[in-house]
Design a protein around this ligand. Sequence first.
Ligand code: ATP
Ligand code: MG
Length: 469
Amino acid sequence: MNHNGLAHPIFQLVSKESKSLGFKTYVVGGYVRDLQLNRKSKDVDFVTVGSGIQLAQAVQKRLKNASLSIFKNFGTAQIKTDDWEFEFVGARKESYDRKSRKPKIEDGTFEDDIHRRDFTVNTLAISLQKDDFGKLIDTFNGLTDLKNKIIRTPLDPVITFKDDPLRMMRAVRFASQLDFKIESTTHKALKSEAKSLSIVSQERITDELNKIILSQKPSIGFKHLFDTKLLHQFFPEMVKLQGVEIRDGKGHKDNFYHTLQVLDQICERTNNLWVRWAAILHDIAKPPTKRFVKEEGWTFHGHEDKGSRMVKPIFSKLKLPLGAPMVKVRTLVQLHLRPIALTKENITDSAIRRLIFDAGEHLEDLMILCKSDITTKNKIKEQRFQKNLINVEQNIALVEERDRIRNWQPPIKGDEIMNLFGIKPGKEIGIIKSALKDAILDGIIPNNYNDAFKFVIEQGKKLGLQLHE
Ligand code: ATP
Ligand code: MG
């Protein structure tokens, strides 16, 4: 066992303080697993056969610049120092009773604690006792599974998943994060127990889902979620993307696998969770807008509008944040076809100006989404499409430099229009505001207050409004 991962002085300190307290302490879980995989991590879990809180207090006293938080209800403590986080907990035994969802938790031995863990690769531990400091303890052949890249529960997977159904999401999450296979008995149990995910809170499910989305190749996770029907439990809109219908010999692409390809491709361009979410949702309204038109074949007219309207309800159901992240995803879904439309010939500056205005701060992310939305297998076509989008970017840059349209606001706001005509919020305000915006973006009137003022008065008159005295 090399001691590379135990170089931080805290490991020796924990060893010493444990000895004084008469406790035996081990490093467990993700840190040990990631050490073997050469994945750098600064989250460490200690299990001690004794009081985790007492041990953490003793260790913190000997460290400079370390903060201690104690969570009495959970019997855990956390030390933060530099950018490291160390969790301390006493070894515990969990017993599940079919009648109640919560396990009975009591103090246990080191072995009890290892037996309650979810996957063999997460059962590895490192001893911190003076006489065998750094020794790897591998109770369930976790090392072999690590080498063979396998996710497997240490005990019967059906019972493991019944006891805590969140573990099913964790199985898929680790498979996606680590690019591991799920062992076949464990995989079967995912299928047979998928329905019990319904007792898990949406917040915890979504935490795992976001970790899948943040992995290097999220399609691995989503394919498992789909095949095991876990996805069906909480995200039916995405399930509906799957499948191909053929009529009069004409088919359409499978939008589920297309979406996954777009998602994998966007992951090579951005680590931003919300831009990745936009890839997941960009075609979400293809199933409800699908029509078969005799001459054209399959069409999905308006899927970007309907899709953008589906974003908020989906975010709300999945307990994703409804502020700026939701607005970003909704904007990207709404606009995802626009840059492609600008690759046609004879595009006017005003069309480009409009896109810059509508996308605002999301313009770069929109271009990332569009580039990732190219999934043709024909290499020559692919290169041509990518080049077209680069041209669009260059045209955008030219127009932006000249007009500085981003973050632009029309010179007269809704409030002022209401005061001008003495009217309350309503349809008229919307009509006047959008006419004003169009007139300026299309270059019909100059972008200044006086011309805008005159224009607004004319528009009001057309609608039969009187100036307010
Ligand atoms: P990471 O922190 O990289 O997400 P991790 O394996 O450290 O991965 P944590 O959620 O931090 O995952 O949990 C730490 C350890 O606790 C796990 O390695 C596992 O041994 C155990 N564990 C966590 N959640 C569960 C669970 N629901 N059921 C059983 N054991 C669990
Ligand atoms: Mg962890």
